[in-house]
Design a protein around this ligand. Sequence first.
Ligand SMILES: Nc1ncnc2c1ncn2[C@@H]1O[C@H](COP(=O)(O)OP(=O)(O)OP(=O)(O)O)[C@@H](O)[C@H]1O
Ligand SMILES: [Mg+2]
Length: 406
Amino acid sequence: MKAKEKPLTLVPPSEGKASSVFETLSTLPHTPLSEKFRDLGGVNGLALTLEDNRDFVVIEVGADVRRSIVAVKALRERLEDGAVLLAISDDLITLNDVRQLEGAGATKVLPDSISADDLREVVEALTVKERDRSGAPYHRPLGKIITVAQTRGGIGATTVAVNLANELMQETGVFKKKTTKRVALVDLDIQFGSVASFLDIEASDALHQMGAENTEPDALFLQQALTTLTSGLSVLTAPARFMPLDGLTVEQVRAVLELLQAEFDYVVVDLPHALVDWVSGVLEMTDRLMLVTDSSVPAINSAYRLINFFTEDHRDLQIDIIVSHEKKPVVLRKHHTAASKILERPLQGWLPYDPVAAREATDRGQPLARAAGRSPLARSIHKLGQTTLEALSSSTPVVKKETPHV
Ligand SMILES: Nc1ncnc2c1ncn2[C@@H]1O[C@H](COP(=O)(O)OP(=O)(O)OP(=O)(O)O)[C@@H](O)[C@H]1O
Ligand SMILES: [Mg+2]
């Protein structure tokens, strides 16, 4: 079994010894790096803890055990069912205090002298136990799905999908070597998808096989289907072999996305231009759709028709219009205002025409940020990443569903 996703929280700030426990916990698989060593400033930080929907909290028992018992109780009341609440104490704690901490809601009280191996074993056992108790797999907040569509061929939709996925990882640190978010990119342009060549990776046959054998994807499927780049980005490519556009079912597509949502913070989907049946499965799970277009009359007409189609069955779908091949004007021109009025939404993002940078990135098989980081196009994509993140964090969270853990 794999340890669950667990933004780790230490309450109150570590007084020393427990930080080694924390260190070990943070080495377990799939711990978002950014969440390590978070200092919430004691019990007053609880509101923050809970806003973030944590499912794995570590509390250090301070010298005043009473205070820690109150903190455990307060935390437990706000945590979701199945969340693990570990209390780390020094060896001097009395049996009675251990009982009280457990009675208040600590899943387990552990000594700060525990060895790394023992700690791993305990966490492993706990996560299984909690899973069994609630009768459902562990929940972490479901990953957000960002879908990219186009109003015409060649306008830059795949460029947006690939580079937005790269931005959503939120690379930090020296040489941008650390990423804080787990991101998957899925090329559902199953016949003409070009994500694999944009990133210079080999196309996986997984989607072709799933379609041909008519199987439901499972965790194993996903493991085998995904290619993970050195940047940390996980990619499910379109198959190299030709498959019919209707070779996938709505259920299969939905299942793939559910598996990915359970495992990743963000899932970026590159849609085909054609409106095939299973696209509705993607739309119903989409948190935000980027419609990439230019501002010409035919493209805006297509955008209008597409928005009507997309929202017919998915009324609440959030759609952002991304104007490609055009720098953001200082003042909107007449045709921009008209387009915005017809589409009943602002022209949200602008990507300049920048063939040199675009070519450099595709030739090198790298995201723009890496291949041409200072280019106007890379800068605009970065901005788009920022506004998308802001928009996603302010939108209502998707209702949690029970999905198997990969
Ligand atoms: N803003 C831009 N300026 C210049 N060239 C661009 C820009 N965006 C993308 N390109 C280039 O245009 C070509 C098509 O881009 P891309 O594949 O992203 O478009 P698409 O809409 O996904 O096309 P398709 O219809 O093939 O799926 C690529 O060679 C890409 O590098
Ligand atoms: Mg494309």
